[in-house]
Design a protein around this ligand. Structure first.
Ligand code: TMP
Length: 213
């Protein structure tokens, strides 16, 4: 079977509030791309593998087993992305497309929601690879609340989600693809797959760039 030779993979990120449907849509996108013979891997931040010390520290923090200063917590989430950087770059260079559930923008939005400065938060992310496509699953905290009660984790309160929503509005970039999270999931998936295939074509010839540098 002859396949069209490919250049590098596309780096695709899904962002949004808790309960915006990011995880469902990321997984649908992985399946859709694979059906189009695009080698694709799914990554999520934070990673929760209990065998990994950074992941464990993050899980303990999110379940309130530990307390951390807001800046330290920000650095911890960013440290995990930094740790993953070389393997992500290697996969992309080898032609694998990455569908990533949360990335730097979650780091920045959730830390801004605690009152940290946008510039300080972004600086920490500056040298990480920049996604080719960011999809923002737009949902208001009111709509998200209608999807059922919150879980037990640190940020799953109405008041905090409201602040995260405001922070996302403040950091949203013009080239983000905004998907109305309340639309029919199959329709959203179709739109995301189209955008992903399009970006995959476009990014082949372009080097990966850095976040804010
Ligand atoms: P999850 O629910 O998608 O697994 O994410 C866990 C929580 O961690 C979620 O409330 C968002 C938050 N978070 C940060 O505060 N900083 C980050 O850098 C990331 C990736 C997630």
């Amino acid at each position: 079977i002859s396949k069209k030779p490919r250049g590098r993979g596309a780096f695709i990120v899904l962002e949004g509030l808790d309960r915006s449907g990011k995880t469902t849509q990321s997984q649908a996108l992985v399946e859709g791309l694979r059906k189009h013979d695009v080698p694709t891997e799914f990554i999520r931040f934070p990673d929760r593998n209990p065998e990994n010390p950074l992941s464990k520290a993050i899980s303990d923090y999110l379940s309130s087993k530990t307390e951390l200063d807001a800046m330290t917590a920000h650095l911890l989430f960013a440290a995990q992305r930094t740790e993953m950087r070389s393997s992500m770059e290697a996969l992309l260079a080898a032609g694998t497309t990455l569908v990533v559930d949360r990335y730097s923008y979650s780091g920045i939005a959730y830390s801004m929601a605690k009152g940290l400065d946008k510039q300080w938060c972004s600086n920490v992310e500056a040298y990480l690879p920049k996604p080719d496509l960011v999809v923002y699953m737009e949902i208001t905290p009111d709509q998200a609340a209608l999807r059922g009660g919150f879980g037990e984790e640190r940020y799953e309160t109405r008041l905090f989600q409201e602040k995260v929503y405001q922070a996302y509005q403040a950091i949203k970039e013009d080239n983000w693809k905004v998907a109305a999270a309340t639309e029919n999931p199959a329709e959203i998936a179709k739109g995301l797959l189209e955008s992903a295939l399009q970006i995959l074509d476009q990014c082949q010839a372009l080097p990966l760039s850095r976040q804010y540098h």
